[in-house]
Design a protein around this ligand. Structure first.
Ligand SMILES: [Zn+2]
Length: 116
């Protein structure tokens, strides 16, 4: 169920991406603006903004976002904690998928292949 991006969302997106709103509107018209991905981006940005500004409980922020975007709490959680956000890397030795964090920490090698 892909819902079109709303004018308000497009406006916020243009601010966040520092892109002219007219450009986004054109892209949207041509079907080149992925509403699901754009919305995920907005939700992630908003979540970061709120957690940076206030000490509200994370669960409470998730609830607020769910209400605002008329999405389920689990859908919001998937967006916020999504692994696809943290780009996955693969181990240089065994090709297993590892997180960017681990890759940076271990020099591109998974825990199993890391020399002790
Ligand atoms: Zn490995």
């Amino acid at each position: 169920m892909k819902t079109k991006i709303t004018p308000q969302e497009r406006m916020r997106l243009s601010v966040l991406l520092k892109l002219d709103e007219a450009v986004l509107q054109d892209l949207d018209k041509l079907g080149l603006l992925d509403s699901t991905k754009s919305r995920s981006y907005l939700i992630q940005a908003e979540y970061k903004q709120i957690t940076g500004q206030s000490k509200q409980l994370k669960q409470y922020i998730v609830m607020q976002l769910a209400r605002k975007y008329k999405m389920s709490i689990s859908a919001i959680e998937v967006i916020i904690y999504s692994k696809t956000v943290n780009k996955h890397c693969s181990c240089k030795v065994c090709q297993a998928k590892i997180t960017k964090y681990k890759s940076t920490k271990n020099g591109g090698i998974c825990d199993d292949c890391k020399p002790i």
